[in-house]
Write a protein that binds this ligand. Sequence first.
Ligand SMILES: Nc1ncnc2c1ncn2[C@@H]1O[C@H](COP(=O)(O)OP(=O)(O)OP(=O)(O)O)[C@@H](O)[C@H]1O
Ligand SMILES: [Mg+2]
Length: 1011
Amino acid sequence: MQLVKQTRGNPNPSARAKAWQLFYLTASCMPPTKDFMGVVSEYIHQVAHDEDEPTETRTLAQKTWNALKRTSKAGQRRTLPDMQEIDALFKGAQSTAVVSFLDETFEELVYDASTTVSEAVVSLAAQIKLENFSTFTLFAVHKGKGASEPGQPAVDEHVLLDDNRYISDVMFDFKQMKTKEGIASKLLLKKRLFRETDESITEPQFVNLSYIQAQHDYMVGAYPVIREDGAQMCALQMQAEYGPTLAGDATAFEQALEKCMPKSLLLGRPREEWKGDVMTRYKALAQFTKDDARQQFLRVIRSLPYGNAIFFHVKRIEDPIGLLPIKLVLGINKRGVHFFRPVPNEYLHSAELRDIMQFGSSAQAVFFKMRVAGVLHIFQFESSQGEDICMALQTHINDIMMKRYSKAKEAQDSGEDIAKTVAGADFGPKYQAHVAELQRQLDEATGALEAKEKELDQLRSQAGDLMDYQAGVEAVAIDLSSLNLSGGDPAALQAIEARIRKAEGERAALAQKLARIDEDHSKEMNKLQAELDAARGPVKDQLKQKDTKINELMEELGNKEMLLNEAQVSLTSSKDSRKELEELREMKADVERREKQQAELISSQAKRLEELEVLYRDESLQRKKIYNAMEDLKGKIRVYCRVRPILPFEEKKGQKVAIQIPDELSIKLEWKGAMKEWNFDSVFQPGTSQDKVFEDTKHLIQSAVDGYNVCIFAYGQTGSGKTFTIYGNDELPGLTPRGVTELFNTIDRDAGKFSFKVEVYMLELYIDDLQDLLADNKKGDKMMKHPKLDIKKDQKGVVTVPGAVVVPVHSARELLSVIDGGLKNRHVSATDMNRESSRSHLIITVCIEATNLQTQSVSRGKLSFVDLAGSERVKKSGSAGEQLKEAQAINKSLSALGNVISALASEQGHIPYRDHKLTMLMSDSIGGTAKTLMFVNVSPVDGNLDETQNSLVYAQRVSTIKNDVTKHDDSSAVLKMKKQVDFWKEQAGLPPHKREYVDLIEIMDEKQVAQ
Ligand SMILES: Nc1ncnc2c1ncn2[C@@H]1O[C@H](COP(=O)(O)OP(=O)(O)OP(=O)(O)O)[C@@H](O)[C@H]1O
Ligand SMILES: [Mg+2]
C-alpha cells in the first residue's frame, strides 16, 4: 500500500521513479497477498497503459506488472535478493547458471530474479530442442549427500525442485550449502517420472534423454538384474553407443564392457565369461540401428517390475513388518512403490498401485496405507520430498484412470461393448457379463448425471434472471443517485427513498433466495458427485484388475522379447555352424572326388604297366627266338629243356617242386641261395604234351629227307624222362614213332618226285659193349650173329657202324615193328629211381636215300634217335651187384661225353672223342656234321636239384657248340662212278658187307688234325 501511495501521489519525478523501481523489485520477489492482488494489479496495469504517464514510469510499471504476473503464481521468494541481483534487475541484466544432464553434458541457463523452475525448464527445452518436456524438470544434485551408512561410498542425492521455486532461491541455497556444509551442488535436468505416454513418443531428443536417464539409473545400480539380462543390456548399450564397431577391437570392447555393466554385476562373474557372453549377444545385435538398440534398452528396462521408476532417498519411520532398513530408496513407477536397500543395492519389496489404499505427505514425511500379503499396514518415511512422491504416485494413478476412461469412452462412442475393446482381451463369458453389468450401471449413472445437469441448467437460468433483476435495481439506484446529485424536490426524494428502501428490501430477500438456491445447488451437485463416484467405484476396481492383468501381460511380453533375443543369438550361431558344416561337406566331397580320380589314375597306370609287362615279355621272347634262329643258322646245336611232372612216388616222399619256368625259353632254380636262370631254344614245362614237343621237332624229319645227318638225343639224370621223350609208351608215343610216321608221310608226299630207300639199324652200348639189337632177326646167318662192330666215320664225317644189321623198310608200320623188335632186346631193369630204367645207351638210325626222278641225283640223309642211359648216384638209385656195374659203366660213359662237351664248349684243341665208344658214336652229332637236337630232361623236385643243376650246366655248354652241317648229295656222274667201283670190288672177291666200307678210314680226331 505504501508503494501504491508513493508511486501515485509523489510529486517528485525522480522519487517517483525510485518508488517504481522499488515497486518492480518488490513485485519480482514479494508479490502482495491475495487480498490485495486485485487492487494492486489493477493499479499497475492502469499506469502501464496510461498515456499521460512519462515513458520511464510506464516502462517500469510494465515490468512490474510482468513480474507480478509471474510471482503471483509462485509466491514469495524465500531469500531476499542481494545487491548484485538488485543491481542486475534494475539494469535489465540477467544471471546465468549451469544446468547439467545425466550424460555429463551441460547448458547455460539465463535467469533473473523472478525466474521459476518451470520457466527455466521451458527455456532449457527450447535450447536443447526438446518438444515433449512435460515430464522433465530441474533437480538439485547434492554431491555425496546420499551416503547411507558410514564407510559406504557417497551417493549423489537428487532433489526434485518445485515448479514454483525461484532459480535465484535455489542458487542461494547452493551457496549456503557450500559454505556451511561444504557440499557441492548443481542443477540437473531430467525426467521427474516416466509416464506410460512416453512409450508413444518418438522424438529423438526425448528418446535419447530417456535412454540416458534409464541407463544412468541402471548403471548406478537402481535396477538389480540377473546375469542374462545384464549381458543383454550391456550388449544393447554397446550397440546404442558405438554401433557394431567394437567386434573387431578387443581393447575398446573391454573398455565398453567396464562402462556398460554395473560394478556389482561385473564383479559377480569371471571377466572372460562376461566377455564371451556379451560378445555373442553384441554380435547378434549387429543389424540393429543405434536408435533401435536404445528403444530396445528402454523396453527391457520397462519390462522390469521396478523399471522406469524415479527414486527417492528416504528414512524409515514406521515399518509394521520390520523388514526395511533405516535408510532406503523408494522407486515409484506406474506399477506402484518399490523398496530398495541403497548400498549394497538390493531389491526388497514392491507394493502395487492396487495395494496402496491411501497415501499422503507432510513437509517432512510421507505415508502409505497399503496391503502387504492381504493385510493393511501403514508405512511412514521421513522425506522432504513427500509431496513429490505423492505427486508421482498420483500422476501414475491418474494416467491409469485416464487410460481406462478414454478406452471406455472410445468403446462407448463407437458403440462397441467394453468387454470387446478393453485391450482387445476376452476373459470369458463371466467376465463379459460382469463388464456389461458395469456398463449398464455406468450408463445409468451417466443418465442420472445428465438429468441433474439439466436441472442445474434450469437453476442457473433462474440465477441469471435474478442477476438481471439485480442489475435493474442497481440501475434504479444509479438513477436515484443522479437525481440526488441534481437536487430535486424533497417529497419526490422521499418517495424515491421509500422506493429504494423497498427495492433494497426486495433485493435482500432476493439475495437470500439466491444464496439458498446456491446452497441447494451445491448440495445437489455434491450429492450427484457422490452418486457418480459410487457408480464409478466398481468400474474403477474392475479397471484396476484389468490394468493388473495388462501389467502382467506386459511383463510377460518383456520376458518373451528377452527369449526372442536369446533365440536370435542362438539362431545366428547355429547358422554360422551350419555354414561351417556345409563348407566341411564340400571339402569332404572334394577330397573324395580327388581320391577317386587318383584311384582311377592309379588303376589305369597299373593296367598300362601290365600291358607293358606283357609287351616286354613278348618282346624279349621274340628277341630270344630271333637270336636262336641266328644261332641255328650258324650251326649251333639246338637244346630243348623238358621238365617232367612231379611223380606220385616223389609226392609221397613229400618232395616239392623247386623249378620255375618264367617263359618258354627260360628255366629258373634256386642254387646255393641265389636264383639261377638258363636260356634254351625251348623249355617245355611239366604237362607239355608229346604232340607239342614233336611239333617243335618235326622240321628235322624234313632235313633228314633232304639229305642231312640229323641226330636227336636225350641227356639227363635217371628217371628224368629221356625214354619217355625219345620213345614214349603205347599211350603216349614219343619222338621216334611220331618221327617215323612223319617220315613216311613226307616220303608219300614226295613220291612223285623222288624214289626213296629207307633202312634202319639199332645199336645198344651196354657196359662198353656195342651190340646190334636187330642181329637176332637175321636167322640162319650164323656168321652174322655176333659180328664185331666197329665204329667208323666216312669221308664226310658221318659215323657208320660197319657190320651192323641194316633192315630195309617200306612203311612206317614196318619200321616201327622192326624198332619194337629191337627194343625187346634192350637192357632194362628197375631201380629206386625208375621202374624201367634204361641201363644202356640206345641208338636207332634210319637211313633215307632219295633219288630225284628227274635229275637222278641222290641224297642220303640219316635220322638218329639216341636214348642215353641216365646218370645216377649209386646210393640214390640203390643199385647193387650187376646193376652197380651197369651204373658205374653208364657214369663213366657219360663223364666221357661231358669231357667232350666241355672241350668243345671251351674250344680246346683236343676233343677226347676216342676216350669212349659213346663219344665215338656221337662224334658226328656233337661238334660234327649233324643237325643235332639235344633234349635235356630234368626232374622238377627239390630232392634232385643237384642233378638238375648239373644237367643244365652241361646242356648250356652244348648249346654253345657249333656243328659243321653239310648236305649229302651225289650227282648222277658220281653215282655212275660208284657203281663202277662196286663192280670192281665184286671182281676183287670182297664179300658184299665189306664192299661198302672198303675205302673208310679209321675215325680220327679231325679237329686235332686240323689244328
Ligand atoms: N613228360 C612226362 N610226362 C609224364 N610222365 C613222364 C614224363 N617224363 C617221364 N615220365 C615218367 O617218368 C618215369 C621215368 O621216365 P623214363 O623212364 O623216361 O626216364 P629215363 O630218363 O629214361 O630214366 P633212365 O635213365 O633211368 O632210363 C616213367 O614212368 C615215365 O612214364
Ligand atoms: Mg630211360
